[in-house]
Design a protein around this ligand. Structure first.
Ligand code: CA
Length: 241
């Protein structure tokens, strides 16, 4: 994997320095823009993997920078605010940021969020462009899932799944044929702030298997990739065979 490039848009230079050092240490490449106009120019030049965007900026505000970037790009954007009250305001404006963080924040928290967003973006980019994206209904073999109606069927028979099982199966089916790391699945279904036991993932997988596998003790649809995670077999056998 190549080094991700983070575009920092921030007008407080002392802050920029500390951020640059910290993010370099964590293995990110860092580009800096000191105001909103420079941010838009730098954005097109360096094509960053993620933008860390301060809300209060000279010349063009963070909100306008975010809106401008969103006209042409789905790059992950983290909006940085000075007060948590500002988050509500910015979220209300629906400018299209993916996450929000309030100053002062811990480096560790920032890095965790950066990584989570980058993983998610990589996953979206790699997701199958098939029918899955256009329609809300996904079909792999004889398993189908409809996210609008919240319905799963196996061999035409409806199967009832609680929310997290449903979301987990949806991620697996959307990426059928690909190995999905445990970390990515947890992040995707339980969110980046999840601090619980990672056994939760296995428990959910087990429950889903119990509902969709012909023989849950010998899974053929959701297979375990030892040391990595899980994969939904694209050519999973049908329930009747
Ligand atoms: Ca500022």
């Amino acid at each position: 994997m190549t080094t991700p490039t983070i575009l920092i848009v921030e007008d407080e230079e002392s802050f920029v320095e500390a951020l640059t050092v910290g993010l370099n240490r964590e293995g990110f490449r860092v580009e800096v823009a000191l105001d909103g106009a420079a941010a838009l120019a730098r954005f097109h030049e360096v094509k960053p993997d993620l933008v860390l965007l301060d809300l209060m900026l000279p010349r063009i505000s963070g909100i306008d920078v975010c809106r401008e970037i969103r006209k042409t790009s789905t790059v992950p954007i983290i909006m940085v605010t000075a007060k948590s009250a500002e988050i509500d305001m910015v979220v209300g404006l629906e400018v299209g940021a993916d996450d929000y963080i309030t100053k002062p924040y811990r480096m560790r928290e920032l890095v965790a969020r950066l990584r989570a967003l980058l993983r998610r973006a990589a996953m979206d980019a790699g997701a199958l462009p098939a029918a899955a994206v256009n329609s809300r209904s996904l079909v792999v073999g004889d398993v189908s899932i409809d996210s609008d109606e919240h319905i799963v069927t196996v061999g035409g028979e409806p199967v009832s799944l609680p929310l997290k099982e449903f979301e987990l199966l949806h991620v697996l089916l959307s990426n059928a044929g690909r190995v999905l790391p445990r970390e990515m699945l947890i992040d995707r279904v339980w969110g980046m702030d999840y601090v619980g036991d990672t056994k939760t993932l296995d428990v959910h997988i087990k429950r889903i298997r119990g509902k969709i596998e012909p023989d849950p003790s010998k899974p053929e649809r959701i297979v375990t990739i030892r040391g990595l995670g899980y994969k939904y077999e694209r050519s999973a056998p049908s329930m009747r065979s």
